[in-house]
Design a protein around this ligand. Structure first.
Ligand SMILES: [Zn+2]
Length: 275
């Protein structure tokens, strides 16, 4: 598990450092841009710098270098923490491979969630999913608001269970990957009060008769929760103990559909089980 992450981090860093080299050879700076942004990920780069992947409200997902960000005294302060909401200034280069981050001012930080191991695991899932589903340089106001709302609710409630279910469900919905929740994808029979079933191999929910071995259930309560998610604001929903099982089922199904559509396993998903 850890080994896979290390490999992926290495691959990302290698890729970025070679891009950076190529870009600096033909450096042609453009005027500075400004955007409200969410920090998705950062990696150490060399002795003093950081590679930063951010999701800008007006830029989409962009990768850049924050020079000097690893020095003890640096101008970024704590703005480059996981899912921090910041105002960011950066300069694009002609090649557009990596931008140069000039300045970041905090708008909102999620200190409690960022510093707690259990809560930061929830944030890490949001970060990994966003990194994988958001195309580079593509603006998405709904995903921007979804990520922000999720981070705020993890921070406010001190629990990722409901926010993460909401995030995963809405990511599937916004991605256009949501199957029908009322009828079997194979035989069209309505589920009614019965459980529906899914697996990672095919999209869709299946009835008791059409289910294949190894499929997991999505009970009626979890489908009702999905309905509530489409109609109610997350920050207006109270998380009751009775919802725990449904929130988990819906989150598991949604993460499975995300993995099916991006065609890879989420590295952070197994960490949820240990928190
Ligand atoms: Zn069926």
């Amino acid at each position: 598990m850890v080994f896979t992450i290390v490999l992926r981090v290495r691959a990302f860093r290698l890729e970025c450092s070679s891009l950076f080299g190529a870009a600096s050879a033909r450096r042609q700076l453009m005027p500075a841009r400004e955007t409200e942004a969410i920090i998705l990920k950062t990696f150490p780069l060399g002795e003093a710098d950081r590679l930063v992947s951010f999701f800008g409200r007006t830029s989409g997902r962009v990768r850049g270098v924050a020079a000097g960000a690893r020095r003890l005294k640096n101008r970024y302060g704590s703005t480059l923490e996981l899912l921090s909401h910041v105002q960011l200034w950066y300069v694009e280069k002609e090649t557009r491979d990596l931008v140069r981050i000039q300045q970041a001012e905090p708008l909102e930080s999620f200190r409690k969630a960022q510093s707690d191991y259990g809560l930061s695991t929830g944030l890490a899932v949001v970060s990994e999913v966003s990194e994988l589903v958001l195309p580079e340089h593509e603006v998405s106001e709904s995903m921007f608001r979804l990520i922000l709302l999720t981070a705020r609710e993890v921070e406010r409630t001190g629990d990722w269970a409901l926010p993460l279910s909401y995030f995963a469900f809405w990511t599937v919905r916004l991605g256009g990957w949501l199957p029908r929740f009322d009828r079997c994808a194979a035989c069209d029979a309505p589920f009614g009060t019965q459980a529906a079933f899914y697996d990672p191999l095919q999209p869709g929910l299946f009835c008791e008769k059409c289910r294949r071995s190894g499929m997991k259930p999505l009970h009626q309560e979890a489908r009702i929760l999905a309905e509530r998610f489409t109609g109610e604001r997350l920050d207006h929903m109270a998380f009751e103990k009775a919802m725990q099982a449904s929130a988990r089922e819906l989150r598991e199904a949604s993460l499975t559909w995300i993995e099916h559509n991006i065609e890879r396993r989420l590295a952070t998903r197994t960490l949820l089980e240990t928190t």
